[in-house]
Design a protein around this ligand. Structure first.
Ligand code: GRE
Ligand code: ZN
Length: 331
């Protein structure tokens, strides 16, 4: 069985070492075994961190057991949005670690590049190195960069570079910069609600700021069945034009970009109803498998996609054909 996993996380030990030695945020407290993402927002780690740090035979065995043939490996949050005085070195270390893993397990992992995005010149060089020298297939980025956001004009060269190099961009959620949420804890600020809102808004900001018009060759993938956008697509198209606003410079309706530039993965969403809605609104050609390992139980994710009520042809698209097309290669 061919099954390509587009959202498969890990941590290089260098990320956690840096977190452990950091006075600011994010930092890792080994005694409490928590990552403090912000002053008032902590995330207990336990087995999660152990799993993220472990990319050994054990992970290959798990992938074999589940039938995941190839996974695009991405680092979890915590290195991209640092000050460039740290992120330039840490992203490079992480990318080198990803490369080593792809070499250690040929054919099982593909590399995604994490970049020191806030230093655009350094990020451009690192993206080029990752694609041309390390053979990576993707630029993995986040819904906010801690005080910065991807639709800002200064980041446009990164979209141009990704298009020029022929790699897609995976837009992964980050914790929203909404301190009013933090008192409800990590799950509310993160995967329970905050991730979705932040990522949805970033995708829409990229659209209305004309990023996909300026760089039409951009290919972007968003997890979690598109972060609720399929459900809201018609309303977004309709209400975005409710009142004229010169700040909205997109040439086409928002839904256009979900047929030409943006695709979604299944990561962390195991709702048959959400799948049906996504399929109806975006089409099966735009949905790919993502497990969101280690944050989700990958067996549940694989069982979910295996038991979807779809044809063999549709299953092939979701399992590997759409991903192969996106990456312009076969596995
Ligand atoms: C995820 O990728 O889904 C995720 C994180 C961090 C915490 C929880 C979570 O990246 O689900
Ligand atoms: Zn994830």
């Amino acid at each position: 069985m061919k099954l390509i996993d587009l959202e498969h996380h890990f941590y290089d030990p260098s990320t956690i070492e840096a977190m452990q030695n950091r006075k600011g945020f994010p930092n890792y407290d080994p005694e409490k075994d928590v990552i403090n993402w912000h002053k008032d927002l902590s995330m207990p780690q336990g087995i999660l961190l152990k799993r993220l740090l472990d990319v050994s035979e054990k992970r290959i065995e798990l992938m074999d057991e589940l039938g995941i043939s190839t996974a695009v490996l991405s680092t979890s949050q915590g290195v991209e949005d640092l000050d460039p005085s740290e992120s330039v070195e840490l992203t490079r270390k992480t990318n080198d670690a990803v490369y080593d893993i792809t070499r250690r397990y040929p054919g099982r992992f593909l590399g995604s590049a994490i970049l020191p995005t806030k230093d655009v010149d350094a990020a451009l060089k690192e993206m080029e190195r990752c694609v041309k020298e390390l053979g990576f297939v993707c630029w993995h980025t986040h819904s906010n960069l801690g005080g910065a956001s991807l639709e800002e004009e200064r980041f446009l060269p990164l979209f141009e570079k990704a298009a020029e190099l022929g790699v897609y961009i995976y837009l992964h959620p980050n914790i929203p910069e909404m301190p009013q949420l933090y008192k409800y804890g990590f799950t509310m600020a993160g995967p329970g609600a905050g991730f979705t809102v932040d990522t949805m808004l970033t995708v829409l900001k990229l659209i209305v700021c004309g990023v996909f018009d300026k760089v039409p060759a951009t290919r972007m993938v968003v997890g979690h069945f598109g972060e609720a956008i399929p459900f809201l697509m018609d309303r977004i198209d309709n209400r975005m034009n409710f009142l004229p606003n010169p700040a909205l410079i997109n040439k086409e309706k928002p839904s256009y970009y979900f047929q030409h530039n943006i695709q979604v993965s299944t990561s962390g969403n195991m709702s048959p109803e959400a799948f049906e809605c996504t399929k109806k609104v975006f089409g099966i050609d735009n949905i790919m498998f993502g497990s969101d390992y280690a944050f989700e139980d990958p067996k549940e994710m694989v069982d979910f996609v295996k038991t979807l009520d779809i044809t063999k042809e549709e299953q092939d698209k979701l399992f590997f054909k759409n991903a192969e097309k996106l990456m312009n290669r076969t596995f």
